[in-house]
Ligand binder design. Structure first.
Ligand code: ACM
Length: 531
């Protein structure tokens, strides 16, 4: 970043022009965004006209996500390696505009500057669990808006879990009737409190003892979300969590469990269930494949997440089919059945042109078949143990995504503080913004060979306690911004004091967008006192 002399006047007279048709949607998107956020809508043209243009162009000597943004009093020039990179430059320009002084109602004075930028990691993700509580399509889009503002390029959509199945599958309609409702829900309504000139949010969670659902997304709604994300240069990574965290599916189709005569109920609270898919039953495996086939037709991103976390083997151990399959495999640990299931699903995904993501248990659980995992080419999403999981993935030649669970730092649904009045949330401790910011996803001790496999970072949001969009934003922000920065900025350039300073500007953009965020990190923050 190079600070220059003078200011560019951004006003409704400003014209955005571009040198390549592929930039038209990005130019239009930015004009609308600027209008929403700053009340100033520039015009669009395919060639420079008038004074004070914003000139967008592609430069194929740049990397795909690399850009330059040059603001002078006469013009703003943006060059990017792709429309996506130009989009990122414009997100930076939006941030500058949000923070800039106004010379009149619809004009902003943008300080002259030259920025040359590109991301540190290729995968910059955010997960949302919509099973423990669903978020409407509009709310999911609003979450995606937050990702776009922070140059996050992957939306990991956790669509199925023990507490609810949320994706319409036409071959299996009971998934979204029986599988998409439960008897009660643990909801946490939160409210704003203003005390001592400070803004706080507070709320107590409680069981509703009311039926929750059936709630799910139709296939058309999922396609709509995919389109919406694509307009913001975000890929959607769908997850169907298997063979554990599968109670909602087994409540609907108990014949695919290890006890076909006893349907489990969709869970109300969080935890780990012993009821899992019977991976030794070919019909159960086919059920999983059929679900994946339908979803792969909806999500164009060439990767599919098959979950694989927290899967007890206890029911497999006493199941005749599982015992027989283990014998055939010539293995001793029942965990090997999970690896064999992953292998079969991976072959199926490959037949659909897709590659696989799994949670780190696929390689970190004792008894997992590491030779098979090595051949799978899977991307390993590392949460617990995160760093040793990533090191192991790299040693197997597999790519790793860092989403650290330890001390909650990349689990952005954890409690923002232990201060009085803080809303009920999963996890205690001091899961604070600074810990998230200071976490090092790629430690300096990792060899350069292994480091190539550390391909990204992700903020992970579980919704057991979170029943409203307000609360989602309050917990996610600004921690998601810390993770976005770890995704974008080289470790040696990160600095917490600098982040806090910049946040006083970035919160203007959040305020303009009407987003709710936690304030514990602010220098003048005073914790709420018990009365
Ligand atoms: C997880 O948190 N169970 C991936």
């Amino acid at each position: 970043v190079e600070v220059l002399q003078g200011e560019f006047v951004l006003s409704p007279k400003t014209v955005i022009c571009f040198d390549d048709k592929s930039l038209a949607p990005t130019a239009q998107f930015y004009a609308a965004e600027l209008s929403d956020m700053c009340g100033c809508r520039p015009k669009i043209a395919s060639r420079p006209i008038g004074k004070s243009p914003i000139l967008l162009s592609l430069d194929d000597s740049f990397e795909e996500e690399q850009y330059t943004l040059h603001i002078t009093p006469k013009a703003i020039t943006v060059e990017g390696g792709s429309p996506k990179a130009v989009f990122y430059a414009l997100q930076s320009l939006l941030q500058i505009a949000a923070d800039a002084e106004s010379s009149s109602a619809a004009a902003r004075l943008l300080p002259a500057v030259k920025i040359a930028d590109k991301p540190y990691f290729g995968y910059r993700g955010a997960m949302l669990d919509v099973c423990r509580h669903i978020f409407t399509v509009e709310e999911v889009k609003r979450y995606i808006d937050i990702l776009a503002l922070h140059k996050i390029n992957r939306f990991h959509w956790h669509l199925t879990d023990d507490q609810g199945w949320r994706a319409e599958i036409k071959q299996y309609p009971l998934l979204t009737t029986t599988g998409a409702e439960r008897k009660s829900s643990y909801d946490t309504p939160i409210t704003k409190v203003i005390e001592n000139g400070q803004t706080y949010w507070t709320g107590e969670g409680a069981q509703t003892n009311r039926k929750y659902g059936p709630f799910y997304y139709t296939q058309e709604e999922m396609k709509d979300v995919v389109r919406y994300a694509a307009e913001r240069h975000i890929d959607v990574l769908p997850e169907v969590d298997m063979p554990g965290h599968f109670v909602a599916a087994l409540a609907a189709y108990p014949k695919y469990s290890c006890h076909p005569d006893r349907a489990p109920e969709v869970w109300i609270n969080g935890g780990i269930s012993a009821d899992v898919l019977n991976v030794a039953d070919p019909e159960a495996v086919q059920f999983a494949k059929n679900i994946i086939t339908e979803l792969c037709a909806i999500f164009p991103y060439p990767y599919f997440h098959i979950g694989g976390d927290e899967c007890p083997t206890s029911q497999w151990e006493s199941n005749a089919l599982c015992q027989e399959k283990l014998r055939q495999l010539g293995k001793s640990s029942f965990r090997a059945l999970q690896t064999e299931f992953i292998r079969e699903i991976n072959v199926h995904l490959a037949s659909l042109g897709k590659k696989m993501f799994c949670w780190n248990e696929s390689i970190t659980e004792s008894g997992a078949d590491l030779d098979l995992m090595k051949q799978s080419g899977a991307t390993i999403m590392c949460w617990n143990p995160c760093q040793s999981g990533a090191a192991k993935a790299a040693s197997l030649g597999l790519d790793a995504i860092i989403t650290e669970w330890g001390s909650g730092c990349y689990y952005i649904n954890r409690k923002q503080s232990n201060d009085y009045g803080e809303p009920t949330a999963a996890g205690g401790g001091n899961d604070n913004v600074e810990a998230t910011y200071n976490y090092i996803p790629l430690p300096s001790g990792v060899s350069s060979q292994a480091a190539k496999h550390y391909i990204g970072v992700q903020g992970t949001f579980w919704a057991e306690h979170v029943s409203s969009n307000e609360y989602l934003e309050y917990l996610a922000l600004p921690r998601l911004m810390c993770i976005a920065e770890a995704g974008w900025t080289p470790q040696e350039q990160k600095s917490w004091p600098s982040f806090v300073r910049r946040m006083t500007h970035d919160t203007k953009m959040l305020d303009l967008g009407g987003y709710i965020y936690a304030r514990h990190w602010m220098e003048d923050y005073v914790p709420r006192k018990a009365p």
